[in-house]
Design a protein around this ligand. Structure first.
Ligand code: NAP
Length: 313
């Protein structure tokens, strides 16, 4: 075990997607000299997307990894320090708060948690390799790339219904592939999808295999009732089977909902522990956009700065 570092940071930011980096820009410009523990997969979900066309200020779009790289440079410019490792343990039971990266202990007067959420995938063989080449977990982000072609979306919850409807603005046909014979989605959302003439539901069906050389060209589908498998030619596979917030390390320490999303106090980024703030998808199961994550990152930085001041730091 290495010795505890004597230094007590003003703020440690855990996570480095749009929320964490925006917190870093704001807290570094406020002279708080933040330490950002960015994680081994720094940059968050945008690192696995291609063109981002809906982030304000980029009329021609921007590649997800590039957007994160320039945002990181912006945070660096004002003095944010980065550690490119994962947090292994935290102790928020007393102040200063303690954060471990392996054996190394860091202490801080305040914390901003922005560890994000990860889209769940199906676990099929070619799935990860074809992300950005026909496979997507975000219709809002990628739907516009599928004009006048057929696509499928997997899932039976509100996300799948909402995204299926959204996809019909672009795609010529949208298949909802659902493993059961009834939807989990609310009735109003399910009805809207089922009444959409461009949507066809494939009940009791799962994706067995993704087919295609360098991009999605077809799916091998399996009907779970008959056991029959068949191929369907299409160009996009959207996965909408839920997200998992990255909060395992905070279990039992910060208040979270049943799924694991951090709970923040009304209209703020305050968590259940005073001095610990949450921003981005880790506390948002609803909007989940880069721009909303950046917005709450700004809120967390302002909440944190004011709180530190109130504590005399
Ligand atoms: P969800 O409600 O958990 O639904 C996930 C769906 O994916 C379920 O239908 C599930 O099937 C299916 N699924 C899970 N794992 C699968 C697998 N391995 N293979 C095939 N299918 C699989 O998730 P969500 O739709 O993302 O919604 C999350 C929360 O956000 C919900 O509370 C929802 O109401 C809310 N939301 C609300 C709105 C809105 O009101 N506008 C929009 C989006 C989301 P089973 O049903 O068989 O378990």
């Amino acid at each position: 075990m290495s010795q505890p570092s004597q230094k007590i940071e003003n703020v440690i930011i855990i996570g480095s997607g749009p929320a964490g980096l925006t917190s870093a820009i704001y807290t570094s410009r406020a002279n708080l000299s933040p330490l950002c523990i960015e994680g081994e997969e720094a940059g968050g979900q945008l690192m696995t997307t291609t063109d981002v066309e809906n982030f304000p200020g980029f009329p021609k779009g921007v590649m997800g990894p590039e957007l994160m790289q320039i945002t990181r440079e912006q945070a660096s410019r004002f003095g944010t320090r980065f550690i490119t490792k994962n947090v292994s343990k935290v102790d928020f039971s007393s102040r200063p708060f303690k954060v471990w990266v392996g054996d190394d202990l860091y202490q801080s007067h305040s914390i901003i948690v922005s560890t994000g959420a990860s889209a769940k995938y199906l676990g099929l063989e070619r799935e990860t390799e074809l992300i950005g080449r026909g496979v997507s977990a975000c219709a809002t982000c990628d739907g516009a790339f599928f004009k006048d072609v057929e696509v499928a979306i997997v899932g039976g919850g509100d996300s799948a219904m909402e995204e299926a409807n959204f996809l019909t603005r672009f795609a010529s046909k949208v298949y909802i592939v659902h493993r059961r014979e009834s939807f989990r989605a609310s009735k109003i959302m399910a009805d809207r999808a089922m009444n959409n003439p461009k949507i066809e539901v494939l009940w009791n069906t799962v994706v067995d295999e993704i087919l295609g050389e360098n991009q999605v060209e077809a799916l091998r589908l399996k009907n779970l009732q008959s056991g029959e498998t068949y191929e369907k030619k299409l160009e996009g596979l959207f996965v909408a089977i839920g997200h998992k917030p990255n909060t395992d390390v905070f279990k039992g320490l910060l208040e979270m909902d049943d799924v694991g999303y951090l709970i923040t106090k009304d209209k703020s980024t305050y968590t259940s522990v005073e001095g610990v703030f949450a921003a981005g998808d880790v506390a948002d199961s609803v909007y989940r956009q880069a721009v909303t994550a950046a917005g709450t990152g700004c809120m967390a930085a302002i909440d944190c700065e004011r709180w530190l001041e109130s504590q005399g730091h």
